[in-house]
Design a protein around this ligand. Structure first.
Ligand code: MLT
Ligand code: MN
Ligand code: ZN
Length: 301
């Protein structure tokens, strides 16, 4: 399977439009060695002109433009995106659905909880009924499934401890299915990916996939639990936002240490010191054998 990173940034992207933190200001001034990153999304394919778009960020238009494989010119209107899979209902993963309104009905896979938020707090799906329409495919937890467009791939939605969006009635009362990780297995190559851009805690099903998958593409949002406060940009903690910080006891670095697969962090917030290629935090990741995703990165499994 081929995995293309469309956007490796967290909500807001990097640099963020209104942010003057060390990273965002340093990037704009040209004094920081770092790559800009658009908002969280990947595309996956196991061959042919058929791609699954996983999460649809507000940057989707630029992301499609930057990746011509998503736009083969076979018909007067059309694209290689045959299906869409959503890991949660957060804006950085769903607001881009509004930008895909011009075509045929969208083939969307998401859990019932996510579907409810996208019909309620952020009613993008009912809005799209006035344009292209949406074909909803309910995603069931822990039940492997295949899509007819990608017969080589087997997907499994793993429930995650993270956070539903602020407009969800589940924000403070988490329900299974508000946030999922995806295990994607290529039945031909026998290799697998575990993708979890928002991961607040390492539960036992998550631990299983961390120990098993050939490639881990996991939450690298924050270095530190109080990073937003330290950067002077807010008071929300990583935990309150549903993200396990990288550093500290029980943090993501420690959790990944024993994993045999390739380790790549994604959904990097603009305040995270690992964006600075010359930072000690980035050097520490290199020592741990952990890579940091960047837009345009490809993984072949
Ligand atoms: C998150 O990942 O915690 C959210 O996407 C935050 C946001 O809405 O920007
Ligand atoms: Mn996010
Ligand atoms: Zn910033």
């Amino acid at each position: 399977m081929r995995i293309h990173i469309l956007g490796a940034g967290a909500g807001g992207g990097f640099p963020q439009w209104n942010c003057n933190c060390r990273n965002c200001a340093g990037y704009r001034a040209g004094t920081l060695r770092a790559n800009a990153r658009t908002q969280s999304s990947i595309a996956v394919s196991a061959g042919g002109d058929s791609w699954v778009l996983i999460n649809v960020s507000p940057d989707i238009r630029a992301q499609i433009a930057a990746f011509p494989a998503l736009q083969p010119s076979q018909t007067i209107r059309g694209s290689a995106i045959d299906s869409i899979l959503l890991t949660d209902a957060q804006l950085d993963h769903t607001a881009g659905l509004l930008l895909l309104r011009e075509g045929e009905s969208l083939n969307v896979h998401c859990t019932e909880s996510v579907h409810r938020d996208l019909c309620g707090g952020f009613p993008v799906l009912p809005i799209l009924e006035h344009y292209c329409g949406v074909q909803w495919n309910p995603l069931l937890l822990d039940q492997p499934f295949q899509m007819k467009e990608q017969p080589r791939l087997r997907f499994t939605a793993i429930p995650l401890e993270s956070k539903a969006p602020p407009y969800s009635p589940h924000r403070h009362t988490p329900h299974p299915g508000d946030n999922i990780g995806l295990a994607i297995e290529d039945l031909q190559s026998g290799r697998s990916l575990f993708y979890a851009p928002g991961l607040g805690d390492i539960t036992s099903p998550v631990r299983n996939w961390l120990d098993k998958a050939d490639c881990l593409l996991v939450d690298g949002t924050f270095w530190h639990e109080n990073e937003m406060e330290h950067a002077g940009v807010g008071t929300k903690t990583a935990t309150a936002m549903g993200h396990l910080p990288l550093s500290g006891q029980g943090g993501m670095i420690e959790q990944l240490r024993s994993c045999p697969g390739q380790k790549i962090l994604i959904h990097i917030n603009n305040t995270n010191p690992i964006l600075d290629e010359d930072s000690p935090e980035r050097a520490q990741l290199a020592e741990e054998g952990i890579d940091v995703a960047v837009d345009g990165m490809e993984i072949l499994l």
